[in-house]
Write a protein that binds this ligand. Structure first.
Ligand SMILES: *Cc1c(COP(=O)(O)O)cnc(C)c1O
Length: 218
């Protein structure tokens, strides 16, 4: 069996053990950025159906055809989305995890109407209050969420975060659960190769795992 499939199975087992008593479901998004379709193919053949990319153009090149013949594949945009790329992102992606400003939300709403398509949206939260990081300030979250839903008719399903590097992610994950509960959202996109088990402890419904499945990116 291909190493990526073995790695995925190992992670699935770990998650199962961690989540034994609980009832929530955690989906593993295999983050396939920088890897070729050939390298991704074993996972598709194995039946895995959640994949993540961080660049729109790369995702279009890689996934446009294969998504047509594999309608059960869910493609997640996990990277920053520029407004001029929204028209390419909306027809391709099933989930967008990086919505963090009104201009972007508005553009997505317009393209959704054009394409008669509803994307599942995560609002990205700048949970570590880092000046260089994407995501909305937690203090502005409630207002922004209301605008996305009421004014732009977006299907917001949850919150996403990337905690600061080299810190203990747990306090950030905990804060995320509080924020989500506060506005009545149930889905949480959090946890990467280094901290997904912690994320699951705090109820992550989507973990985004690249390196631990595919190996190091060059
Ligand atoms: C690349 C990336 C991941 C996966 O990171 P790994 O450490 O390789 O698991 C997760 N989330 C986002 C937003 C990413 O850009």
């Amino acid at each position: 069996m291909h190493s990526s499939v073995i790695n995925l199975q190992d992670i699935q087992k770990e998650i199962h053990l961690k989540n034994k008593k609980k009832t929530f479901k955690t989906e593993i998004i295999a983050v396939s950025k920088t890897f070729s379709l050939e390298q991704i193919k074993p996972l598709i053949d194995y039946g895995h159906n959640h994949f993540g990319e961080n660049k729109v153009q790369e995702a279009v090149d890689k996934w446009k055809l294969i998504k047509k013949t594999n309608s059960n594949i869910n493609l997640h945009l996990i990277g920053k989305l520029q407004t001029n790329k929204v028209k390419y992102a909306v027809p391709l992606f099933d989930y967008i995890h990086s919505v963090d400003n009104e201009k972007l939300a508005e553009k997505i709403s317009i393209e959704e109407k054009k394409h008669r398509r509803k994307i599942k949206i995560f609002i990205q939260v700048n949970i570590g209050d880092e000046s260089q990081k994407n995501g909305i300030d937690p203090k502005l979250l409630r207002n922004f969420y209301k605008k996305c839903v009421d004014d732009m008719n977006l299907n917001v399903v949850g919150l996403m975060c990337i905690p600061p590097l080299n810190t203990d992610s747990k306090t950030y994950f905990n804060h995320m659960t509080v924020l989500a509960k506060d506005i009545g959202l149930t889905e949480l996109s959090m946890g990467m190769s280094s901290d997904y088990l912690d994320a699951i402890e705090y109820g992550a419904s989507f973990v985004r795992i690249g390196t631990k499945i595919f190996g190091n990116r060059s």
